[in-house]
Design a protein around this ligand. Structure first.
Ligand code: PEP
Length: 256
């Protein structure tokens, strides 16, 4: 099975939640629960101001730290922005790019996503690239067109070698933070389709090695069924990642 060549990645997207002190406390509660759970990579993506505390609290654990965005320029007059070099120097290893909340509320486009992806990869960060359709797009039968376009635009200029630092997160927008989860079959169908897009871009062999996560109201109750699917290699988890016991159950479900 191809799934066995990929390690699942369970990543928490904390969104705009938790102060630095709360970050330390959450990770101190989570870390003992993830001990020995090495069958998947575990990542927490915190707000920028929490990264230092997250890096300190995760020392000596199997939890890695990610940011939720990165600017595409290296430095300069970009008030309020954070560069890839700044993240790397801190010890941050992952970054979420193109989350639908950034596309919806902060003017993120396929073009800016692509620039961020290239800047992040050039600095050595591992990218969690989010793609996914809106409800009306699904209802109009254009889910595949949307995710193919988002994936191809985001990866313009990214080489096959760089793909070993790319994780794709399939996140149907209608399932994020809504409590509505795609069924395991719906999620599998789109994740498999995304892999076929990667195969068109980079060849079958490369496509087999890229983790494709599902995200959208994944929780302790539904994770096992989703993660058992052949093309679902982990999850990007919002709400449930803020509850250590629930996040740990999802990590447990990803061990096989
Ligand atoms: C997310 O923020 O990427 C997400 C999937 O959120 P939730 O799990 O809360 O739907």
């Amino acid at each position: 099975m191809n799934k066995s060549v990929r390690k699942a990645v369970i990543a928490g997207n904390w969104k705009m939640n938790k102060t630095p002190a709360q970050t330390t406390a959450l990770i101190q509660e989570l870390a003992p629960l993830t001990k020995g759970q090495d069958g998947c990579d575990i990542v927490v993506c915190t707000p920028f101001v929490d990264l230092a505390n997250a890096l300190e609290a995760t020392k000596g654990t199997n939890i890695k730290v990610g940011a939720q965005n990165v600017h595409f320029e290296a430095a300069g007059a970009f008030t309020g922005e954070i560069s890839a070099e700044m993240l790397c120097e801190m010890g941050v290893e992952y970054v979420i790019i193109g989350h639908s909340e950034r596309r919806q509320y902060f003017g993120e486009t396929d073009e800016t996503v692509n620039k961020r992806v290239k800047a992040a990869l050039a600095s050595g960060l591992t990218v969690i690239l989010c793609v996914g359709e809106m409800l009306d797009e699904r209802e109009n039968g254009i889910t595949n067109e949307i995710v193919a376009m988002q994936t191809k635009m985001a990866l313009l200029g990214v080489t096959a070698d760089q793909m070993n630092k790319v994780i794709i997160a399939y996140e149907p927008v209608w399932a994020i933070g809504t409590g509505k989860t795609a069924t395991a079959d719906q999620a599998e169908e789109v994740c498999a389709f995304i892999r076929s897009v990667l195969a068109d871009l980079y060849g079958e062999e490369a496509a087999k090695t890229v983790p494709v996560q599902y995200g959208g109201s994944m929780n302790a109750g539904n994770a096992a069924e989703l993660l058992a699917k052949e093309n679902i290699d982990g999850g990007l988890i919002g709400g449930a990642s803020l509850k250590p016991a629930d996040f740990a159950k999802i990590i447990q479900a990803a061990q096989n």
